[in-house]
Design a protein around this ligand. Structure first.
Ligand SMILES: NC(=O)C1=CN([C@@H]2O[C@H](COP(=O)(O)OP(=O)(O)OC[C@H]3O[C@@H](n4cnc5c(N)ncnc54)[C@H](OP(=O)(O)O)[C@@H]3O)[C@@H](O)[C@H]2O)[C@@H](O)CC1
Ligand SMILES: [K+]
Length: 477
């Protein structure tokens, strides 16, 4: 599991570690790790040209010490100090002693640069970049040099990933001691580029993580795998209430996802039974009410449902786990959802989340982490917020899961239907609701990447690639 910690937690861990180490040792560890990554990116350090953007905090100190290491290896390193009076004193002295040079005012430092090190501001930053730093961030973005951010891209909020105003766009971010939430959640994640972690011995307290990202081995451990004694009912039956005369395809795609989620059988209830069976003859279908459809261990309700509120209400009243998606989110009675005893999983995209919260869509997009938490608390439900970085939050606080496998190609019609069927099937197979949501997002993203290879994908191809994604996860774990 990859975990990310809030600035407060990082600061507390930092104080505890500093108390046990000689002064400056932590910054030396950080700078050494940063210099190693810079050297790797440069390929040949000797004769290369490096620009440091140096703010007046310790973030700038890291940049100066790393710059000193590169200068000692023969790089030409020039530092742009945002505030010459307040630059990290010892770092600047070390930098100068190693042959580093401070840029003159108005000097065209970016011309011919191979690498730009962004040490403007790290976890001590508040708000977007200050005015003086903005032209530097722009020039870095326009130069062909590789941009490496120190700890965080300057200007992104470490705790939320929010970007208010301008921020540095990094190719690589070298982060120290712990991932920060803003590196894993959009829009910050997108500014960070590839994130490299440097272990400086920081040990944030157990149970304090803000975010968790499953990795292959976590998912492999959670996947439901049948035993010798399993039969289809023991493996779980998932019920799907989706599709309408107008949107029969949503039912087909939700069933396609459900057939690949590990449940032993899929029961479809609704008006698209004909379309479902002709595509997937293994589905058990009926047209009546969900309550009369026979045993299920979890329901999926909503994709392409149109205005069929009565079938939805039937499902919401069931005492098994229920996933509500798409039209279901619009139709569901909020009080009934909140009053459910069995687990509920809501799977909105940003627009649907905004409607449920009564806020503008822009709020959800800018503050995904706060929005998903708020929604989960308000509905007493687990919420999977789909989008550029899919997040899954439980109703009782605790770490939010962030999906690391997403791809922008998944923003395609019907892909959410596949996801809802898949997650519902995992619920029916017995996964906890947070696990079902995050494992489904993980497999769904992986499947999309497998079929896409950089080209557009159709939702049914994503469903078709799910068995391959399972196999990848189990093989590589
Ligand atoms: N944690 C750890 O274990 C370790 C931490 N380490 C490093 O320390 C970093 C944290 O250092 P830090 O606390 O000195 O704060 P930092 O990020 O340099 O920012 C403060 C400066 O930025 C300024 N400023 C503020 N907002 C701004 C904005 N929007 N735009 C522009 N400027 C802005 C602010 O100005 P002021 O408000 O003072 O005028 C002040 O000058 C951390 O990220 C990591 O790199 C490692 O060395 C070792 C282990
Ligand atoms: K930075």
């Amino acid at each position: 599991m990859r975990t990310a910690y809030s600035v407060d937690t990082v600061r507390t861990a930092e104080r505890a570690l500093m108390a046990r180490l000689p002064e400056g040792a932590l910054m030396q560890r950080a700078a050494a790790g940063l210099a190693v990554v810079c050297a790797e990116l440069l390929g040949r350090v000797y004769g290369s040209r490096v620009v440091l953007l140096v703010g007046s905090g310790d973030n700038g100190g890291d940049a100066l010490y790393a710059g000193a290491r590169l200068a000692r290896r023969g790089a030409g390193v020039v530092a742009v100090l945002l505030d010459a009076e307040r630059a990290h004193r010892a770092g600047l002295a070390a930098f100068r002693a190693a042959g580093g040079r401070v840029a003159g005012s108005g000097e065209a430092v970016f011309d011919g640069a191979d690498l730009v090190v962004d040490g403007i501001v790290g976890i001590g930053g508040r708000g977007g970049l200050r005015e003086r730093a903005v032209p530097l961030a722009r020039a870095a973005a326009q130069s062909p040099a590789v941009v490496v951010s120190v700890d965080l891209p300057s200007g992104i909020d470490a705790d939320t990933g929010q970007v208010t105003g301008e921020a540095v766009r990094a190719d690589v971010t070298v982060t120290f001691g712990a991932y920060k939430p803003g590196l894993l959640v959009d829009p910050g994640r997108e500014y960070a580029g590839a994130v490299r972690f440097v272990d400086i011995g920081l040990e944030p307290a157990d149970g304090e993580a803000e975010l968790e990202a499953l990795q292959h081995h976590d998912v492999a451990r959670l996947l439901p795998v049948p035993t010798e004694e399993s039969d289809k009912y023991r493996r779980g039956v998932v019920g799907v209430v989706a599709g309408s005369a107008r949107y029969p395809g949503a039912a087909v795609l939700a069933v396609a996802g459900a057939l690949h989620g590990g449940a032993g059988a899929v029961r479809y209830v609704g008006p698209a039974a004909g379309a479902v069976v002709s595509r997937f003859p293994e589905t058990l279908v009926s047209e009546g009410s969900p309550g009369k459809a026979g045993r299920v261990q979890a329901w999926v309700a909503g994709p392409g449902l149109g205005d069929d509120a009565s079938r939805l209400a039937d499902v919401v009243a069931a005492d098994v786990p229920v996933l509500i998606d798409a039209d279901g989110l619009r139709l569901a009675d909020a009080r009934a959802v909140r009053g459910r005893a069995a687990p509920t999983l809501l799977t909105p995209h940003a627009g649907e989340a905004a409607a449920l919260l009564g806020t503008p869509r822009e709020y959800v997009e800018a503050e995904r982490l706060a929005a998903v938490r708020e929604l989960a608390a308000r509905y007493h439900a687990t919420v999977l917020l789909k989008g550029s970085t899919t997040l899954v939050a439980g109703p009782d606080g605790g770490a939010v899961r962030v999906n690391p496998t997403g791809t922008p190609w998944l923003a395609t019609a019907g892909s959410g239907d596949v996801l809802s069927g898949l997650a519902g099937s995992l619920l029916a197979a017995g996964l906890g609701v947070l696990d079902a949501g995050s494992v489904a997002a993980y497999l769904h993203g992986l499947a999309a990447r497998r079929v896409s290879g950089g080209a557009p994908v159709a939702a049914q191809d994503v469903a078709g690639a799910l068995p391959g994604a399972w196999a990848d996860v189990r093989r590589e774990a």
